[in-house]
Design a protein around this ligand. Sequence first.
Ligand SMILES: Cc1cc2nc3c(=O)[nH]c(=O)nc-3n(C[C@H](O)[C@H](O)[C@H](O)COP(=O)(O)O)c2cc1C
Length: 374
Amino acid sequence: MRTQVCKMFGIEFPIFAFSHCRDVVAAVSRAGGFGVLGAVGFPPEQLEIELNWIDEHVGDRPYGVDIVIPGKYEGMGEVDPHKLEEMLRAAIPEQHRTFAKKLLSDHGVPELPEGEHPVQELLGWTAATATPQVEVALRHPKVRLIANALGTPPDEVIAEIHGSGRRVAALCGAAKQARSHQAAGIDLIIAQGTEGGGHTGEIGSVVLWPEVIDAVAPTPVLAAGGIGSGRQIAAALAMGAAGVWTGSIWLTVQEADAPPAQRDSYLAATSKDTVRSRSFTGKPCRMLRNDWTEAWEAADAPKPLGMPLQFMVTSEAVSRGHRYADKAKDVMFNPVGQIVGRMTAVRPVKDVMYDLVQEYLESVERLENLTATE
Ligand SMILES: Cc1cc2nc3c(=O)[nH]c(=O)nc-3n(C[C@H](O)[C@H](O)[C@H](O)COP(=O)(O)O)c2cc1C
């Protein structure tokens, strides 16, 4: 499994793990992979706390930070986060807020207790809110990679990261986006097939990976979308990927911080239970299908707004869902990919890593036996 990205980052296995949970990030890097902290939900001050914690728990291993600067979003161009938030808030139709609130009350999800505030409405998915996160990340020497989702990051952000001696990665769901990333100087391209959890495109991994690999060679490509076993890693490397980028499988590890009721939903779900829905964030995002996603599909439902407006409407639902996960099961935001069907047990990160590597080795051996002459 010694690929060029192992040398690039000084890691043992080219297995990248995206997670919003710092414990998972540190555990993956300690186990020889490369943990990447999803920063989108953290205001800069909180991100600083999370990264300090990882620095203390990751030993001398490297890790990464993932930000979200979409190629297209409402209010693009406004760089002052407060002005942007005010401007966007004024653009939200009351009908959307009423619809969301009614869904929660119809399902008996309690209001947040007095004094407890919902997550920020405007998350870090604009240039105005993500750029300060980059500043924070670059102050941490063990952060060796900044990854961006939903578009090619602006030139000045790429230049700043490169200037600090770090690498830049960007996700894509089509070869055309991969070429734009490459033209902008991105070091590592992550090709995510439609089966992946979170925001995702329409092309399946088996078709997408070789298409992107060929489109941007010799730029290294990480294969993402649907990976939950060593066999799938072997397939990705056989196609020419320089490594794999995983997300869903870390939602049910022992170290993960999902509320128990949400974890149970993931453990019980089959590969048929996900849907690409715009109902939480405004862009197509793969999650468990439930009453919430169905309600926004109904003919009389308001049409989901663009990013970041839709999340400004739904952030309260996300917070109340987390706070009362056992009561909110049917209306919770449960982003996850189709591999959820194979996520059936809670195990520590190091066991998951061990199995991924072990099964990869068995797969390679099986193939070698196919070509061995007597
Ligand atoms: C719960 C969840 C949240 C995610 N949030 C982000 C994000 O904020 N930024 C990002 O680059 N990717 C995000 N992703 C996508 C992952 O980075 C990764 O590409 C994807 O999970 C790979 O497919 P898989 O889920 O089949 O492993 C998210 C995925 C999940 C499951």
